[in-house]
Design a protein around this ligand. Structure first.
Ligand code: XMP
Length: 326
């Protein structure tokens, strides 16, 4: 469709002036599109939905309701940051839904990666739809769709967004950043005053830590992933690698191995470290992490993460591997 394509004459937004012009233009356009009607938005805390939310708050204030679903597969501190930035700093109308048990109970014992993704996607829609039905005067749904989403809507894995809501919920869409590339969305986010940790956040899959806890997810192993990921992120930030490396995270496979602690045998999980560089995620090379930093991360993980006795490094490029393990 012609109106789904970016105007080839549109300038690449790469400075504060162009960002400010875009913001003013979009604020006008949003006000014109929605008038006094109410808008709903699923706020994950990722850069796209965050920038979209910040634009709508600027344009229509409390006529926007944001729903943040905690599915229990978010990184450490992520939900707290969404609440702090949007509710406390930007004064957003934010509904926080704690759906952790619902997701984790449904995922218990499910090993197949695609089935896991489908369950996560379906419950996400169910939870969001339930919240939407409670607010009966909403006309519009805002989505942080960006231009690459439109261009590459056919992924290899089952990616999920809020598309596919049940039929009784028909909203008109508001998609203020749909013609922007990721780097442009970041410039807009900065101009809107969102924190750098949100604007320059590394890519994070919709199914979250669920794909980094391969096989059937258990709460115990999920905690190992979340805690080790937090340590890796903290040490990468201290070393200045957070701005240089595309994606870095940990995986905790579903097996245990023997170790020794306080003169006793242990039988515990292994944490895998992965750091890759990429331009558009279709291929990826492995970031060489200095051994000194690796040892520091290893020591902290072995000391601080309960139930772990081994640390490994994944050095596989994409292809032959994919970036995530599932
Ligand atoms: P793979 O593992 O296919 O990942 O090399 C490519 C990029 O996509 C991210 N990814 C996802 N993002 N929903 C998402 O929103 C998903 O289900 C999903 N799976 C993978 C991955 O983190 C990497 O940046």
């Amino acid at each position: 469709m012609a109106n789904d394509l970016r105007d080839p004459k549109m300038e690449r937004i790469n400075n504060a002036k162009l960002a400010q012009d875009f913001i003013e233009e979009q604020v006008e356009a949003i006000r014109k599109q929605v008038g006094n009607k109410k808008v709903l938005l699923a706020l994950s805390g990722g850069v796209d939905s965050s920038v979209c939310a910040a634009l709508l708050i600027k344009a229509i204030g409390s006529n926007l309701t944001c729903v943040h679903v905690n599915h229990g597969l978010l990184r450490k501190g992520e939900s707290e940051q969404v609440i702090k930035v949007f509710k406390e700093q930007l004064g957003a109308n934010l509904i926080y839904v704690d759906a952790v048990d619902r997701f984790l109970d449904a995922l218990a014992g499910v090993e197949d990666p695609e089935t896991k993704r489908k369950i996560i996607g379906k419950i996400f829609i169910d939870v969001f739809a339930e919240e939407a039905r409670k607010l009966n005067d909403v006309t519009f749904l805002a989505q942080g769709t960006i231009y690459p989403d439109i261009l590459e809507s056919k992924g290899i894995k089952a990616h999920h967004n809020v598309g596919g809501l049940p039929e009784d919920l028909h909203f008109e869409l508001v998609e203020p950043v749909k013609f922007l590339y990721k780097d442009e969305v970041r410039v807009i986010g900065e101009q809107l005053g969102l924190p750098a940790s949100m604007v320059y956040r590394q890519p994070f899959p919709g199914p979250g830590l669920g794909v980094r806890c391969p096989g059937a997810i258990t709460r115990e192993r999920l905690e190992c992933v979340r805690e080790s990921d937090a340590i890796l992120r903290e040490e990468f930030a201290k070393a200045g690698l957070d701005k240089k490396v595309w994606q870095y995270f940990t995986i905790v496979p579903p097996f245990k191995s023997t170790g020794i602690k306080d003169n006793k045998r242990t039988f515990e999980y292994a944490v895998v470290l992965r750091a890759v560089n990429s331009i558009d995620a279709t291929s990826a090379t492995v970031e060489e992490i200095p051994y000194e930093l690796l040892f520091k991360i290893r020591d902290r993980i072995l000391r601080e993460v309960k139930g772990v006795n081994r640390v490994l490094v994944d050095i596989s490029p994409k292809p032959v591997a994919t970036i995530e393990w599932e």
